[in-house]
Design a protein around this ligand. Structure first.
Ligand SMILES: O=C(O)CCC(=O)C(=O)O
Ligand SMILES: [Fe+2]
Length: 396
């Protein structure tokens, strides 16, 4: 029966015994629960960290606002009109002691205030944070390596890949029962470890048949999700799981997400063991940063991976180029491209032909022919090409 389904459970103490079970969980679900990880991250430290982050989230708004973005979306997210129930604190690069220091300093109040905020023990915040960050960083690398080994990729190191914390707080109220705490999404990175709320339900993952399966609290265990970078890195073998958070009851829910993102500068590419004549390369290489920017500016996720497939059309290439440029583009080009490409994308994300849309929008033939010609033979349109195109559109 569907309702009896639950995600696989992986015992971290039983390796290499559980290696094939781990790979199957990653391919079939893109999600699993881990138990017996206490040699690296003990339950006592998980509880301590939860108490610390709850006190951080209770800080006044003006202090939380100091937790600024280091990369787009990495800092404090205040409750918004669109999502009034949700707020989050964030820390980019948990392996960096400077970043940890900065995070603690940003959220620090005066020594007097500090005492009351940090459960009366002034140094608890920093200490617990650092110990948790070190432990979870080790754990996330260990799991990623086990996944790689299970796929036959020995000695692959994820050490230099940056990790990010996001501390989520859901202020659920009676009226919100049944609505979203977080909308359906995939994570953009390689792998996420979730320390869930120990009492409050809400997380659901989508199985491959499209059915949502509840992931209920199991104190002491952790949830692992695979993200888009895992699908790209594995040449399509690892499943990037869709998930969401629903409000089930009127109460506060707190979770800690640790994301292993992607390589710092190198493109995300499958190791040679995962590419052969039976498994030809599926995606174009590109950097994690490029991908993250695209996701933020396009608000696309699964569709975005589809348009990064090698089989994508010139029109799709153009779309991606336009969005990449969109990130810091001057106004006239931005306006034109935004209106143009949102028409292109929203009704039917994977359009077949650039010309058809251009015609539908009454863009003169000379313009779209020129765009198409300039994109042929090169994977990316240059900024110049696009700006030329943008300015011509603006003249129409
Ligand atoms: O709060 C949760 O259980 C999930 C949060 C999540 O999916 C995320 O932060 O990406
Ligand atoms: Fe997520």
């Amino acid at each position: 029966m569907e309702t009896c389904k639950s995600i696989p459970v992986i015992d971290l103490q039983d390796f290499p015994g559980q290696s094939s079970k781990l790979v199957k969980a990653c391919e079939d679900w893109g999600c699993f629960r881990i138990i017996n990880h206490d040699k690296i991250l003990p339950f006592s430290l998980m509880k301590e960290m939860k108490a610390v982050v709850r006190s951080l989230l209770d800080l006044p708004q003006e202090i939380k606002q100091r937790n600024r973005d280091v990369i787009a979306g990495s800092g404090y997210v205040a409750p918004s009109e669109r999502n009034p129930l949700y707020e989050a604190l964030g820390l980019y690069d948990i392996a960096s002691s400077e970043a940890l220091d900065e995070f603690c300093t940003q959220l620090d109040a005066s020594p007097h205030q500090r005492q009351s905020f940090w459960t009366g023990q002034p140094k608890d915040l920093g200490e617990t944070f650092v110990r948790y960050a070190q432990a979870i960083h080790k754990l996330i690398n260990d799991i990623a390596q086990k996944v790689a080994e299970g796929l036959g990729v020995a000695n692959f190191s994820f050490e230099g890949w940056p990790c990010q914390f996001r501390i989520n707080k859901y202020n659920f109220v009676e009226e919100s029962v049944g609505s979203y705490g977080v909308q359906i999404h995939t994570d953009s990175g390689f792998l996420t470890i979730l320390q869930e709320d120990e009492n409050v339900r809400g997380l659901e993952v989508m199985d491959k048949c499209g059915t949502f399966v509840a992931v209920d609290p199991w104190p002491g265990s952790l949830i692992v999700n695979l993200g888009d970078a895992a699908t790209l890195w594995s040449n399509g073998r690892l499943h990037n799981v869709k998930h969401r958070v629903l409000c089930k009851e009127a109460t506060i829910r707190v979770s800690i997400a640790t994301f292993l993102l992607g390589p710092r500068e190198d493109a995300i590419e499958p190791p040679s063991q995962l590419v052969d004549s039976e498994h030809p390369r599926q995606y174009k290489p590109f950097t994690y940063e490029e991908y993250r920017k695209l996701r933020l500016s396009t608000k696309m996720q699964a569709e975005l991976l589809a348009i990064r497939r090698l089989a994508s059309t010139v029109a799709q290439e153009l779309l991606v180029s336009a969005w990449l440029l969109d990130v810091n583009k001057p106004a006239p080009v931005a306006t034109v491209s935004l209106s143009f490409f949102s028409i292109l994308v929203l009704p039917e994300p994977l359009i077949n032909s650039f010309q058809q849309t251009a015609k539908a929008l009454h863009i003169p033939k000379s313009v779209h022919q020129e765009v198409e010609v300039s994109s042929l033979g090169s994977r990316w349109l240059s900024t110049h090409d696009f700006q030329l195109y943008g300015s011509k559109c603006a003249d129409i």
